[in-house]
Design a protein around this ligand. Sequence first.
Ligand SMILES: [Zn+2]
Length: 469
Amino acid sequence: MSNTKPIWEIVDSKKPAFIELSDSVWDNPELLYREHKSVALHRQRLQEEGFRIVDRVAGIDTAVMGEAGDGGPVISILGEFDALPGLSQVAGIDEQKPLEKGGNGHGCGHNLLGAGALLAAVAVKQYLAANNIPGRVRYYGCPAEEGGAAKTFMVRDGVFADVDAALSWHPTAFSGIIPPLTLAVTMIDFRFSGRASHAAVSPHLGRSALDAVELMSVGVNYLREHVPQDARMHYAVLDSGGRAPNVVQSEATVRYSVRCLKSADLDALLERVKDVARGAAQMTGTKVDWNVVTAMSEVLDNPPLYKLLHKNMMELGPTPFDEADREFACRMQATMSPDDIEAAYLGAGVPQGDAPICDIIVPLETRGVPMLGSTDLGDVSWVVPFAQAGSATYAIGTPGHSWQVTAQGKTPAAHKGMVHVAKALAATAIDLFTDPVHLEAAKADLHKRVSSTPYVSPLPGELKPQVPA
Ligand SMILES: [Zn+2]
């Protein structure tokens, strides 16, 4: 493992600017579709590195693409840079302390994700040029992963139509591939309308939309027992119809996320949820209509590409964390519960050990207890062969979407994890450019899957990305 590869050396030679980029994005945490500073920082790096730039990809203000190289196949590396609300946190300390009360924070590590992906693309560009290899590398700066499903819109817009393979990564507790097991999801708002009335004087004239929302949740909670085991249904009341108990609520809106393992089963489940909404409307004498906010497909497996990515991670070996990294990870672990730490090992499927930060590469065939979320990378994986790496950037047990992730977003360990995975992504891209066997196998695998189950965009045709006011 002590051997080095030219592509890894290019990554190392380029890394300072990308560590700075990651830290600058961390310093400017922006929410979905509002990532104006972050995308400008990424664009500036693309420009300085000599990429051909496309702004406003798929008509989205905060999406950017940079391409380099000529001819040959197109390999894309996907980055993200959006933050989360309420996760503002001082960097590098082991206690919860917001930088700005109620402010945004990089509680999913997308500052690292974007900069690491771009670093990989930049290294590939240099390698292709230095070795006269035909091929084009593209970096896609993708906004709004958190709640905006920007990539699903980009896929619908045909952005990846001429791409031959796509790679990405995510900060994690354990280094290895990220198993392609996620849920398809549709986020949908149900709006009930009834009739306002004085709740004491003339209750019989009122038709309560809030009653309908409540009855709908009762119905869905009974439905829960009779749906596939991996289905998830959760809701938030966006508008309960007003603050006065003596006015019958004439309008109320509830947002549902309905998820299950396969897109193909999601429509049927969603139809049953709509039936519950119709029933609630009928019971209360209200009307209901609904609109889809976002939707994402599940990630499709691509064993040839995942194997290739894993091979490159194994050649690199574990991230070279040092004693100071381990000492800080230990202090962070003291902020977590034993359950958090145990869940991390169960999730990765590796036996519990003492290391506070990952010192292994999780074997390819290891499957832990899947953590079933959803990602808009799912839709990418249906139209182009796709694989995703996980790279350890924080202490084992760090909960997802937490102040602890934000706190560890600028540490030396985080930077090492980011640079390390950039080497694996770049080396995988080079393998794809230089040995056609890999691309053929990855494409054949995708072709086989979508021939039996063709891809259908989960987005209603006319739906546009919902940019928050
Ligand atoms: Zn994330």
